[in-house]
Design a protein around this ligand. Structure first.
Ligand code: SAM
Ligand code: DTB
Ligand code: SF4
Length: 328
């Protein structure tokens, strides 16, 4: 089923459910605690009620402005405080268009442009709006992730043809301060509200594997599922431990715990696209297949994320072929 076809269902779920039905962190943690096969079976059932279980949406990422960010997010290679990503000036519109055309030719349906900013200055925003317009003109869906937005900026992006804005909650509210000190999660909600009010679709998820507890993973999902409505797209990133960052030595997450997180996201946000996001390059094909079985139905496609690696398109093509998956 397409996102457009899900519109009326989404409208129907926007009324706040009674407290007993709300996905609290405790209820979501109880999902995580299920035997693995039971959890995956439930996730598959929910997935098949709302989506074609063999169809995966593919977005290609491009960093249009890399490094030198004022924020101190402990996982990020682009922070000026610890990042080793280096600093690059903003790409020209022509460079972005060439990358977007190449992504389209390889079979991506959406092109996502990221910038390492706390938030864009108005002058920067005008340049990104030009990029959005040009990429949209190629017939691709558009997404940007630019940090926090000021009043009026979301509307400018919408008018340029922006379909999605990515802005993650990143982790549980109670763990946020352990990872980021230069802004609060309340600031993140504020930008998400601005995006939604401008009529742009919301892409919002988080990162797991940063040393958080299972309860904190459940708590992140409770925040996401509790949005009214939940995000249209929910990226679940596994921490890519980037050299030089405070989290470079974070202990790796049990791979089955990652699959459980995907399954719990699918069950608690039945009509959202759940994106198997960062960390895929470190996963074998079998683990990725389990993630698809758990209800992931979207990936980043192309050999680079923003600064970290991602599987090459040819490897993904081969995996799709082996699993009988088709691209949306
Ligand atoms: N500056 C903007 C912001 O913070 O929203 C946009 C770029 S930021 C790199 C986008 C998202 O990438 C972050 O919110 C985080 O979820 C994810 N991310 C960044 N570094 C990561 C890493 N090392 N591993 C996994 N996810 C990461
Ligand atoms: C998201 O949730 N994950 C993407 C996208 N949104 C912008 C970014 C992942 C970044 C991984 C680390 C890097 O490439 O630097
Ligand atoms: Fe800056 Fe975004 Fe990286 Fe945080 S995640 S340091 S805001 S680029």
């Amino acid at each position: 089923m397409t996102a457009a076809a899900r519109g009326p269902e989404r409208a129907a779920t926007s009324t706040k459910p009674p407290a007993a039905e709300r996905w609290t962190a405790a209820r979501i943690e109880a999902l995580f605690d299920l035997p693995f096969a039971d959890l995956l079976f439930r996730a598959q059932q929910v997935h098949r009620q709302h989506f074609d279980a063999n169809a995966i949406q593919r977005s290609t990422l491009l960093s249009v402005k890399t490094g030198g960010c004022s924020e101190d997010c402990g996982y990020c290679s682009q922070s000026a405080r610890h990042g080793e990503a280096g600093r690059e000036k903003m790409l020209d519109v022509s460079e972005v268009v060439a990358a977007a055309q190449a992504a389209k030719d390889k079979g991506a349906s959406r092109f996502c442009m990221g910038a390492a900013w706390k938030g864009p200055k108005d002058k920067d925003l005008d340049q990104v709006a030009e990029m959005v317009k040009a990429v949209k003109g190629l017939g691709l869906e558009t997404c940007v992730t630019l940090g926090m937005l000021k009043d009026g900026q979301a509307e400018k992006l919408r008018d340029a043809g922006l379909d999605y804005y990515n802005h993650n909650l990143d982790t549980a509210p109670e763990f946020y301060g352990e990872v980021i000190s230069t802004h609060s999660q309340a600031d993140r909600f504020d930008t998400i509200d601005k995006v939604r009010e401008a009529g742009i679709k919301v892409c919002c998820g988080g990162i797991v594997g940063m040393g958080e507890t299972r309860r904190a993973r459940a708590s992140l999902l409770a925040e996401l599922a509790g949005m009214e409505p939940p995000p249209d797209s929910v990226p679940i990133n596994e921490l890519v431990p980037m050299p030089g960052t405070p989290l470079e030595n974070a202990p790796p997450l049990d791979p089955f715990e990652f699959v459980r997180t995907i399954a719990a996201a699918r069950i608690t946000m039945p009509t959202s696209f759940v994106r198997l996001s960062a960390g895929r390059q470190e996963m074998n094909d079998e683990l990725q297949a389990l993630c698809f079985l758990a209800g992931a139905n979207s990936i980043f496609y192309g050999d680079k994320l923003l600064t970290a690696g991602n599987p090459e398109a040819a490897r993904d093509e081969a995996l799709f072929e082996r699993l009988g998956l088709s691209a949306i």
